[in-house]
Design a protein around this ligand. Structure first.
Ligand code: FES
Length: 410
């Protein structure tokens, strides 16, 4: 079992206990105001790009996007343009999409199959799928070249079952170490390549800092307002249990209203049985620092939300919808489309509120963000950002004082 029965019971108990809580928890600190400029300051954004997105493990693709050797996707929302490609040996790797002759982009279509080789569109240098230069025209024009200078630059890439992660830091700890307790809870993920299918991808540009959509994913205080006609009908916002985990990660259960089935009888064969009945007790989710939310809708359907900063200060919102039913069957497609449709509507309700917040921040009308107890996962992410950047590098006026250390578990 991925989670012990004791832990599953404790997660549910924490959520239920919240329903009975009528006062601010005695042993919990007031969260200091968060400087709003953390959502708008270009220098702070540059520090985040360099340290947070430059040194964290980042979920970038589902294995179904690169199912066969030679299949690739371009990842163009990081500081370096990447090709994620499956090799002849079945291993998925990530290379910088920069030809080592004079820098042309090796591949230009966003996804597809490159066959056994990648050929530069400028002067036809040829690379194998492992990034080695294996040929170039008119060899007599070149002296012998050092492979270290002419092979593609590769970056760290690790698969966790069907989930493909990259890390731009060559010295990063392994992915399993980074995931920590999240990886332990969801240990079944490692065996799900080929069984947890990609049902679809939604991408939407949002005119706000990357953290605003992330914040909306990790608190439930807004549910009764923003989702009053959708999710709030079945979820009881007062029954939200949260556990802060190491490395900025966290776990959350928002329980069903009493007597309410989550989605009726689900057609999806269960693939996360190690979570006990958590996925049917409400909306059960994880946040993986910095920008990934893993949200369960039952034991056989989940979605992976990531939000990516863009150079102009706005962001790009991606959802990978995953199902134990393949959309290649009529029955699977019907069920997947239904679940994607409903959940996408709920997610878009969040996005609709956010541009107004960004205007408040950019205009200076909002100087600090005030967070409550139920929004403490947001503060946890802010603390992890400062820790990752190194607090001494952050202008004093933009720092968040660390207060959550004693409340981090697992
Ligand atoms: Fe790629 Fe010249 S830039 S072969």
């Amino acid at each position: 079992m991925a989670m012990s029965e004791t832990l599953i019971a404790e997660v549910k108990h924490r959520a239920q206990r919240e329903r009975e809580r009528h006062e601010y928890p005695e042993d919990f600190p007031l969260l200091p105001p968060v400087p709003a400029a953390r959502y708008s300051d270009p220098e702070f954004a540059a520090l985040e790009q360099e340290a947070v997105f430059g040194r964290s493990w980042l979920f970038v693709a589902h294995a179904d996007q690169v199912r066969q050797p030679g299949d690739y996707v371009l990842v163009e929302h990081l500081a370096l343009p990447l090709i994620v490609v499956r090799g002849q040996d079945g291993v998925v790797r990530a290379h910088v999409n920069t030809c080592k002759h004079r820098g042309a982009a090796l591949l230009t279509e966003p996804s597809g199959s490159t066959g056994r080789r990648m050929t530069c569109p400028y002067h036809s240098w040829v690379y194998d799928l492992e990034g080695r230069l294996v040929g170039y025209p008119d060899a007599a024009n070149f002296r012998e070249m050092d492979p270290a200078c002419v092979d593609l630059t590769s970056v760290r890439c690790e698969s966790w079952g069907p989930m493909i992660f990259v890390n731009l830091d060559p010295d990063a700890a392994p992915l399993s170490e980074y995931l920590g307790q999240v990886g332990e809870d969801l240990s079944e993920m490692a065996d799900l390549d080929g069984r947890l299918h990609l049902a679809g991808i939604t991408i939407r540009d949002v005119p706000v800092n990357w953290k605003l959509p992330v914040d909306a994913n990790i608190e439930t205080y807004h549910v009764n307002t923003v989702h009053r006609n959708t999710a709030s009908k079945v979820l009881d916002q007062t029954t939200t249990g949260i556990q802060l985990l190491r490395n900025g990660h966290s776990r959350m259960l928002i329980a069903l209203r009493e007597g309410m089935p989550l989605t009726g009888k689900q057609p999806f064969p269960p693939v996360f049985e190690g979570l006990g009945d958590l996925p049917e007790s409400g909306t059960f989710s994880y946040h993986v620092f910095p920008n990934l939310s893993i949200v369960f809708v039952g034991h056989g359907f989940l979605f992976l939300i990531t939000n990516w900063p863009k150079p102009d200060g706005t962001s790009s919102y991606h959802v990978h919808w995953c199902s134990s039913l393949s959309s290649e069957t009529e029955e699977g497609k019907k069920a997947n489309d239904l679940f994607m449709g409903f959940n996408q509507d709920v997610l878009f309700e969040d996005l609709a509120v956010l541009p107004g917040m960004q205007t408040s921040i950019d205009s200076g009308a909002l100087q600090v963000v005030n967070l409550n107890y139920q929004e403490r996962r947001i503060y946890h992410v802010h603390e992890a950002i400062d820790h990752t950047i190194g607090v001494e590098r952050i202008p004093e006026a933009l720092r968040v004082p660390p207060v959550l250390g004693p409340f981090v578990e697992g």
